[in-house]
Design a protein around this ligand. Structure first.
Ligand code: DAT
Ligand code: MG
Length: 150
């Protein structure tokens, strides 16, 4: 089963959207396998966003993600990476479809409330940045066979 990293960014925590965002993924059928409330250091921010180092918005992105506590989560499920990206909506909330997290809960690209890994390699890399292997759990739910036919 695919695993992916989701962050509720500092704006989502400050706005009281943690439960709402978790519910979107729970309701979709994904399984929560790791969860923590934490501050992102500048060093971790640089590693997490290393693909964006040269972009003009990089300094404000690091300022933002280190500006307050975040929720880091690991989610698992069939096609979890794509399902999370679709559930989040496009990067710019202005273009995000209604029904997505960003389309329903945000209006500005610099305050888009949530992060999700964009592919298998970034998911593995980002999960390793935010979680030790012992912090990611392997367990069954009695509902699993009602969510995924296997
Ligand atoms: P995503 O978060 O959808 O994976 P990304 O990886 O391209 O998007 O960018 C990471 C974050 O950087 C994004 O959530 C918000 C910010 N960002 C991206 N493009 C931006 C831009 N053109 N101006 C300002 N912030 C931007
Ligand atoms: Mg990205």
């Amino acid at each position: 089963m695919e695993k992916t990293l989701v962050l509720v960014k500092p704006d989502g925590v400050q706005r009281g959207l943690i439960g709402e965002i978790i519910s979107r993924f729970e309701n979709r059928g994904l399984k929560l396998i790791g969860l923590k409330l934490m501050h992102v250091t500048e060093e971790l921010a640089g590693q997490h966003y290393n693909e964006h180092t040269e972009r003009p918005f990089f300094p404000s992105l690091v300022n933002f993600i280190t500006s307050g506590p975040i929720i880091a989560m690991a989610w698992e499920g069939e096609n979890a990476i794509g399902i999370v990206r679709q559930t989040m909506g496009t990067t710019n909330p202005v273009e995000a479809s209604p029904g997505t997290i960003r389309g329903d809960l945000a209006i500005n690209i610099g305050r888009n409330v949530v992060h999700g890994s964009d592919g298998p390699e970034s998911a593995e890399r980002e999960l390793n940045l935010f979680f030790t292997s012992g912090e990611i759990l392997d367990y069954s739910r009695s509902t699993d066979s009602w969510i995924t036919e296997s």
